[in-house]
Design a protein around this ligand. Sequence first.
Ligand code: HEM
Ligand SMILES: CC(C)=CCC/C(C)=C/CC/C(C)=C/COP(=O)(O)OP(=O)(O)O
Length: 306
Amino acid sequence: MTTTSPSSTAATALPADWRDLIALTKPRVISLVIFTGLCGLLAAPGAIHPVLGFTAILCIAMGAGGAAALNQWWEADLDAGMKRTANRPLPQGRLDRTTARDFAGVLCAVSVFLMGFAVGWLPAAILAVSIFYYSVVYTIWLKPRTPQNIVIGGGAGAFPPLIGWVAVTGHVTLMPVLLFAIIFFWTPPHFWALALFVKSDYAKVGIPMMPVVAGEKSTRRQILAYAVLLLPLTAAPWWIGGTGAFYGISALVLSGLFLLLSIRVGLRERTGPEDRMKPEKQLFAYSILYLFVLFAALVADRFIML
Ligand code: HEM
Ligand SMILES: CC(C)=CCC/C(C)=C/CC/C(C)=C/COP(=O)(O)OP(=O)(O)O
């Protein structure tokens, strides 16, 4: 993919600004990715030397940032066509594509090798899989092809707590798999709530997101189905004895509210223009707060149980 606008050609001569490099890593989105990775590390049974723990989180941050940068490098032309993404550094021509690609490649490579040499090759392998999953499986393969792109692609952002956990314990058990599953099944309602109110953007650039292909009604029902599933799934770590009641009750309350907001979105039949979709915007905003607080409760519970 090449950026062809005259303004971007002129801008390739400019030195890369560090703020644009940071923007390439989608810092706001990956803040939650890093947080869930940190929570996986802190909730795992056992201990890790603080320097190694810090290194593991740094590697997750670099890997997630590098994968997000690869995503933006690949999608520069698509991003240029959508209102939400048109101001990014590549479509604006503030950064040249080669710099972006090299920056992304270095971040990804350093994250995997540093994780491998300093922390362990199992967390490094899972990190490599998640980078590949986001930048190739989701971005290149699934996203332009199927409305199930984020259902299958949801795996990409679900790995960090598993990586954090395995960095401490050295092996995969049911608990970190449950943490993976929680994020995996959280992703569709998180994203489709947003997709409902930016549907026209995706339609314009031909990305087959669920509301564009299956329509609003079907998307709303599917959001509701995932929210129903999240209620028992988020409580499962408590039921299997992996956490105490503090986490279990927090999960039920948080997921109960998630379900209520999803019912409001899921059962809505008539909607106005995209800028009037208040319940959808509220569900999207809450989805982010929800995951932050749920994972914070997991860690708090571990310290309560000690
Ligand atoms: C395939 C999976 C996912 C898709 C398609 C997706 C999509 C999106 C999109 C399009 C946005 C708007 C961002 C923007 O305008 O730049 C967003 C926001 C966000 N996402 Fe996701 N997301 C996914 C998974 C995740 C995961 C796994 C996490 C964290 C665990 C996450 C955390 C966030 C956060 C924190 C924001 C808000 C960023 C802000 O405040 O600007 N997302 N997501
Ligand atoms: C450790 C590791 C590699 C984790 C992967 C982390 C990661 C950044 C996961 C979230 C996936 C994500 C931000 C999708 C955004 O969708 P999009 O890319 O379709 O959004 P856009 O339209 O805003 O570009």
